[in-house]
Design a protein around this ligand. Structure first.
Ligand SMILES: [Zn+2]
Length: 267
């Protein structure tokens, strides 16, 4: 079931969030929403497309990812009890009907959807990612050419989380929670000015964004080539982080910690 391709489309929310709508392979006209932080734009897309909400997946507790859940459930045509709301076990997410733990399979059999759950702490401690159908819904853990801020975790945790995502199949489509790609690439090219893949990607992203087209989804194979936070073991990245720190960094988590702090200051 998890290999069946899925149709996914973005709904823009707030200034740079994406809510991803996944069409249910087994129930035409039904969609599952990932991280609906805001109800209005999602409901407008449902009204426009004639699709109905059949489930909600949540990656982490931040309001810009869960804030629209209640209103969407209130406005849904299906009975509220029939719409699963699935996310990490965290009291800060009071709207769940089902919790998802690391290593579990999250099956929605009547919709023809199934995802593996990966616990990826770092941005928040309970953050999870959904992987299935060749797609990764990773919330604010991995961005294209960047990663989420470390609000709750440590560099060791975040490095381990990103390594898990990096080890997924190369062709995995990466659906991130925000459109940050262009700004992330400016930082990536500050770390690795000679990275040809990042330079080429910057050009194609600029063209997409000029037409107001999302730069996402990305591909894991591309992220491995351009995303400095997935490249902490690459000599050029380690050298740049060491120069920034003023000392020789050996461990990937130390390289990560310096890069993340550097990015936090970067304008
Ligand atoms: Zn967040």
């Amino acid at each position: 079931m998890s290999n069946q391709p899925i149709a996914v489309r973005p709904v823009g929310a707030f200034t740079d969030n994406y809510v991803w709508l996944i069409e249910a392979p087994r129930r035409p006209g039904a969609v599952v929403a990932v991280d609906p932080g805001e109800a209005g734009p999602v409901q407008a897309e449902l009204d426009r497309s004639g699709h109905s909400l059949a489930g909600i997946l949540l990656t982490h507790h931040h309001p810009d990812h869960i804030g629209g859940v209640r209103e969407l459930l209130d406005r849904a045509s299906a009975p509220r009890a029939s719409i699963p709301v699935i996310g990490p076990d965290d009291p800060r997410i009071p709207v769940l009907t089902r919790t998802a733990r690391d290593g579990e399979r999250c099956e929605l059999p009547d919709l023809g959807l199934g995802f593996d759950i990966l616990h990826v702490p770092g941005h928040t401690l309970s953050h999870i990612a959904f992987w299935g159908h060749g797609a990764l819904f990773c919330g604010d853990t991995l961005f294209s050419a960047g990663c989420g801020r470390m609000f709750e975790g440590t560099p060791v945790q975040m490095t381990a989380s990103l390594n898990r995502l990096r080890s997924l199949p190369q062709e995995t489509k990466v659906y991130c929670g925000h459109e940050y790609t262009a700004a992330n690439l400016r930082f990536a090219l500050t770390v690795e000015p000679e990275n040809r893949a990042a330079l080429e990607y910057q050009e194609s992203v600029a063209q997409l964004r000029a037409r107001d087209t999302p730069s996402l989804p990305s591909r894991m194979s591309l992220e491995i080539r351009v995303n400095p936070f997935l490249r902490c073991d690459v000599p050029a990245v380690r050298a740049a982080a060491s120069a920034r720190a003023g000392r020789a960094l050996e461990e990937a988590a130390d390289v990560f910690g310096v890069l993340r702090a550097w990015k936090d200051q970067f304008r």
